[in-house]
Design a protein around this ligand. Sequence first.
Ligand SMILES: C[S@@+](CC[C@H](N)C(=O)[O-])C[C@H]1O[C@@H](n2cnc3c(N)ncnc32)[C@H](O)[C@@H]1O
Length: 326
Amino acid sequence: MKPIQKIKGTKTSSFGSPGRIGHDSSKFYNSRLYEGVQVSQQVKYIENHVDSSKLDKVYCKSSESMNELPDNSIHLMVTSPPYNVTKEYDQNLSLREYRDLLKRVFNETYRVLVTGGRACINIANLGRKPYLPLHSYIIEDMSEIGFLMRGEIIWNKASSASPSTAWGSWLSAANPVLRDIHEYILIFCKESFSRDGIAKSSSLTRDEFLELTKSVWTFPAVSARSIGHPAPFPEELPNRLIKLYTFKGDIILDPFCGSGTTCLSAIKNGRHYIGYDVDEKYVNLTNKRILSFTAQSELFDNKLTLVKEPTKRYRTTKTKAKKKKR
Ligand SMILES: C[S@@+](CC[C@H](N)C(=O)[O-])C[C@H]1O[C@@H](n2cnc3c(N)ncnc32)[C@H](O)[C@@H]1O
């Protein structure tokens, strides 16, 4: 009998590796590029309990202080911050003031995340004269807070992106202007890249895992009018992040919760939620959306029980009839 050959793992080489099996990347991570950015391998995993009276709630206040929540207790933050572009809830802050506001909220987020907890920020860049790369400012500020960056997802809004005709000089190289059909989802984590997953279960299928680990996601935006908020994101966005980055029963936080899309998606995925918004009308909207979903799902459950009964009886009768014939 031929001896079983052990598959040799790949490793970083000058010509790149065509595939990656049990890949040894120590040469790359020990290179000078990573000087000063080494991450401690030995972290103590801390996860504190959140009292049930504080869970599954939307707080009407600024998330600059989330003093309802203990340190190290939240598993995932998904949010889309206010854009400061004169929408009805925006405060017309200077760029410095705007960055400081986000930094105060994300500092609080850092405090409440468990070890290995993830923070996902959906953001679009603004303006053209010049272009304001908000995503790169946020990456800088999150790194300063101490977050580790895991990557960035390009959300390709494709045909649902607003059909802007602000293309500058039409058919001329004089000043053609880019029309963004994408937004960013920036992904960070606290202290460790991995989560303590002992005795916890995920809810991803094989196909979902293969699709969601790609760095470009394509799905349409949602109409502001249909939701009743000036800038909602589609449910698909938190849904994907919750599936990819959390276990069943985990706690999801949205510190700029708006119409409550993240909270709704958390419930649908069997996770807990906590939201914050300064505007009472959006807190009411969130609660209304949640109530309407839970009422509907109760109706749906009842309907299922009603439908089951006659189907069962029908099958029994048929089987009996067949038996008689024989
Ligand atoms: C871009 S919207 C979020 C939309 C949300 N993703 C949705 O799907 O509806 C940002 C929200 O942040 C809220 N907001 C602004 N400043 C805040 C603060 N300091 N604390 C909490 N919420 C704030 C605004 O009222 C607004 O509803």
